[in-house]
Design a protein around this ligand. Sequence first.
Ligand SMILES: CC(C)[C@@H]1NC(=O)[C@@H]2CCCN2C(=O)C/N=C(\N[C@H](C(=O)N[C@@H](Cc2ccccc2)C(=O)N[C@H](CC(=O)O)C2=N[C@H](C(=O)O)CS2)C(C)C)[C@H](C(C)C)NC1=O
Length: 264
Amino acid sequence: MSSGRPGGPEAFEVTSRDGTAIRGVRRPGPGEPLVLVHGVAMDRRIWYESGFLEALGVDAHVITVDLRGRGESEKVGSAEGHGIDRYVEDLRAVFDRFGARRYGVFGTYFGGRIALAAAGTDPRVARAFSFCAHGEEVEIPEGAVEEEARAVEGPDGHRYLRDHFTRKGAPPWMVEACGRVDRDELGAATRGLLYGSDRRTERGHPDQELVLITAEGDADLAPFHAGEKRLGARLWLVGSPTRVRAAGRLAEVGRRLARKEAGS
Ligand SMILES: CC(C)[C@@H]1NC(=O)[C@@H]2CCCN2C(=O)C/N=C(\N[C@H](C(=O)N[C@@H](Cc2ccccc2)C(=O)N[C@H](CC(=O)O)C2=N[C@H](C(=O)O)CS2)C(C)C)[C@H](C(C)C)NC1=O
């Protein structure tokens, strides 16, 4: 006799378009599923450790995914295998698996950029939230990317990232996450930025809801305001001096999202 309440969390595995195994966990619930997409030096555990998942509330229908090369998902090892279109294919494989007509997608940093890219190409994305990454065209500094790829794949790669984020005032969950990512995959994912992540994202369809979130102290608010105009996106600002420090406010954004759901 079902208690009427949805079952517990269930692990899943899907195969992305290029054959890469993508794994994650779905926590069933009423309403539209929300797919959570982590950033480059992270995995799906950040949603638990940041308090974001708890902030969404026990009834939220949530799907947390390990992008290729991170967490439990299959490693790819090549920069081409870490192009932004591959990440969007990872998400589309998840959308296919659960067969919903509409999904929300919420991503942090580059995960937010992926959420916006998915919204621009897959009509099933009804809502996309990008935490601290905008959708405008960017100049990818090849030199800096190659330099950073060398740093993160080197023997001190984890220390490089942990020191950087500690210095920048990132919360512990974000610093710790760096150490969980395979260094070869970190290097490949960094070089992967050269494969399509410079492109601006487009609005997918008129009634899609796009939300850009960044720090009120963000030194470069212009591309976020550009997104309000060009994409008709909403802009949420969190009380933080920088984008990296805004990670400490992720749970607060989860509560705002939960209130919004309750209101809608
Ligand atoms: C500072 C350094 C530790 C950090 N490196 C990381 O952390 C991870 C680990 C290794 C590679 N890493 C990247 O991220 C790639 N490297 C960069 N990417 C630039 C960038 O602007 N990225 C955006 C997202 C984005 C991407 C492509 C297109 C648009 C937007 C972003 O959100 N950056 C913030 C930092 C910030 O906002 O100041 C963070 N990104 C992390 C994440 O995405 O998980 C968590 S914090 C692009 C333009 C070349 C820069 C650049 C110096 C090489 N280095 C970083 O950014």
